[in-house]
Design a protein around this ligand. Sequence first.
Ligand SMILES: NC(=O)c1ccc[n+]([C@@H]2O[C@H](COP(=O)([O-])OP(=O)(O)OC[C@H]3O[C@@H](n4cnc5c(N)ncnc54)[C@H](O)[C@@H]3O)[C@@H](O)[C@H]2O)c1
Length: 247
Amino acid sequence: MKVGFLGCGKIGRALLEHVRQTGHEVGFVQDIFYKDPADFPVIETSDPKVYAGTDLIVECATADALKQNFDAMIAAADLLVFSLTAFSDESFLEHAKAQAVLSGHRIYFPHGAILGLDGIADARSIMTEASIETTKSPKSLGLDLTERTVVYEGSTRGACKAFPRNVNVHAAVALAGLGFDRTLSRIVADPAVSTNSHVIQILGEGIHFTIQVSSFTTGGVTGVYTPRSACGSLDRVLNNAAEYTFI
Ligand SMILES: NC(=O)c1ccc[n+]([C@@H]2O[C@H](COP(=O)([O-])OP(=O)(O)OC[C@H]3O[C@@H](n4cnc5c(N)ncnc54)[C@H](O)[C@@H]3O)[C@@H](O)[C@H]2O)c1
């Protein structure tokens, strides 16, 4: 399979290496800063000629980059999207769904920094409440605070607008469950932590789930777990799960 990349930073580099190790081919990298020597096309802006013949494009850049490049990419290939906050824009979500149908290509949502999206989606019809609380260092949220502070509380749609680089997991829970307006988000900046941690609460008719996930950060917005989980998601999309397949 031929895999292209929109964005090749922390997640993209882990996936690019994984594509090579699992015997697939890197079709292209589109990144405004990628300077490594490459035996595949490296482009900075959209180029449908380069996309042609690609089986899957992995977006791991930013929500704005996804929106800017979406139409040309979905016309060419299936998409695995990491910048899920882009879909908090209702008109973009509807547009994306329509373009996917029109092109006959799929949009895949990886579980990313959390887990259990399959179980949340399965409970959707009996779910009545969904909330997610994230605690990160102020630096990782782009803030300069010396005390533990609740920096956002409200709908997930508002959280995606306020912290588009930091709440992709909130967008994932909203997409899997009750949507961006009925999912509640709380974001806490805590100077004492060096982890990204998330507590998801799902309530419904006869169900109560609590999912708690914590992952150390090595700088930037992404914790150590996401590049690992991204490789698992890519394997499942490419149908190349090494030893076990969880569905
Ligand atoms: N779904 C999840 O659970 C989850 C978890 C962590 C991160 N993320 C998101 O995944 C994305 C990638 O994360 P990362 O840690 O790899 O980020 P990163 O900053 O390490 O890498 C992003 C790359 O995208 C490139 N880029 C930025 N704008 C671009 C543009 N307009 N066109 C082409 N390339 C562009 C940058 O040059 C960089 O190389 C971010 O949006 C991040 O918020 C999602």
